[in-house]
Design a binder for this molecule. Structure first.
Ligand code: KG4
Ligand code: ZN
Length: 339
């Protein structure tokens, strides 16, 4: 199928974790982006994969219908259907993949698979200002912490990553220790705004090169909180804002020290952040300040394109659309998928 001369009208579907999302890309931009979250996981303190896939099944039809109607189009206007192939939870990915395959087959239009982590990075091309290639992207989510050298829209190289927990996991697990519900990252962010980042000191891991490690800080927080609660059972309650501010300060410091090293050594001054944790206000502020000092051009996505959303899937799909890069109907989801 050769669609290069047809203006793009792409429906994109994201279902890799616990957000069901659909977006429409029209002409050269994202015109609708609908996201349905899943509150059911809160009571379990984390995403329960089997429940997530069932909720995706309930959400997908209304979410797609809303994305089409928000864009003022019908399914017959579409010229391609894009979907997240991975990485993510198998059952969740299956819902989006099967839906996209069936719709593309029914409409006899091409199918485009998208890598979720590439899409987080390509979200930077949805709105101005857009980075120039090559640039460095710090991708920080619930499952990943990577420094990526982005050579082009379809050519990316991971130059450093975490050897254990992702930074989003570190936020969520720290929040859990403090008794906050899942996902705790945004709540740490909220409480941190009223706290003193220097109230408590937590160890900063020192890993070689651009490697990160976040499992030590989580353990340090756990032991510290246990020790303090033994002296005062209300310690967390009384110091919640200061605890959150100090934890956030430490995690952000660990991220930025590696990013600074990579930018200096690779002599790149186009610096972007992506992924759910890039919504963190402490990280956004510290990155903007560091960027001024280091004379970087800093790119921070709009909030709606930081956490999981289909707008970024649509954007990534458009780069493939321009190359006539279609995916066969025999495709299946890939829970583990590198860049
Ligand atoms: O990219 P994302 O939406 O899903 C994955 O692909 O993992 O990232 C979710 C992660 C969660 O760990 C969540 O707690 C974290 O991003 N997160 C935040 C904030 N908003 C989302 N962490 C810190 N501060 C925030 N404001
Ligand atoms: Zn994500």
């Amino acid at each position: 199928m050769d669609f290069i001369n047809k203006p793009a009208v792409i429906l994109a579907i994201e279902s890799s974790c616990d957000e069901t999302s659909a977006a429409v890309f029209l002409g050269d931009t994202v015109v609708s982006n609908v996201v349905a979250g899943q509150i059911i996981h809160e009571q379990y303190g984390g995403v329960v994969p089997e429940l997530a896939s069932r909720v995706h099944q309930q959400h997908i039809v209304p979410v797609v219908a809303k994305a089409l109607s928000d864009a003022n189009i019908t399914k017959n206007d579409l010229t391609a259907v894009a979907f997240t192939r991975g990485p993510g939870l198998l059952g969740s990915l299956l819902v989006g993949t099967s839906f996209a395959k069936s719709l593309a087959m029914g409409l006899s239009i091409p199918l485009i698979e998208v890598n979720h982590m590439q899409a987080h990075i390509l979200a930077h091309f949805i709105e101005e200002p857009k980075p120039n290639f090559p640039f460095l992207c710090l991708t920080v989510s619930g499952g990943h912490t990577q420094i990526v050298l982005v050579k082009s829209a379809l050519e990316m190289e991971i130059i450093g990553e975490t050897q254990d927990d992702a930074v989003g996991e570190a936020f969520d697990k720290s929040a859990k220790i403090l008794g906050l519900p899942y996902p705790g990252g945004p709540l740490i962010d909220k409480w941190a705004a009223q706290g003193n980042p220097n109230a408590f000191t937590f160890p900063v891991s020192d890993m070689p090169g651009y490697t990160f490690s976040f499992s030590g800080i989580k353990t340090a927080i756990l032991y510290f909180v246990r020790k303090m609660e033994a002296q005062d059972p209300q310690f967390v309650e009384k110091n919640l804002a200061d605890l959150c501010a100090s934890i956030q300060f430490t995690l952000v410091k660990m991220l930025l020290q590696k990013l600074k090293r990579a930018a200096r050594e690779l002599k790149i001054n186009q610096i972007a952040i992506a992924g759910g944790v890039s919504a963190n206000s402490g990280l956004r502020k510290a990155l903007a300040e560091l960027g001024q000092k280091e004379r970087w051009n800093v790119f921070i996505p709009a909030f709606q394109y930081c956490t999981d959303n289909a707008g970024m899937i649509a954007m990534a799909a458009y780069f493939k659309y321009q190359q006539n890069e279609w995916t066969p109907q025999s495709v299946s989801p890939m829970p583990r998928m590198s860049l």
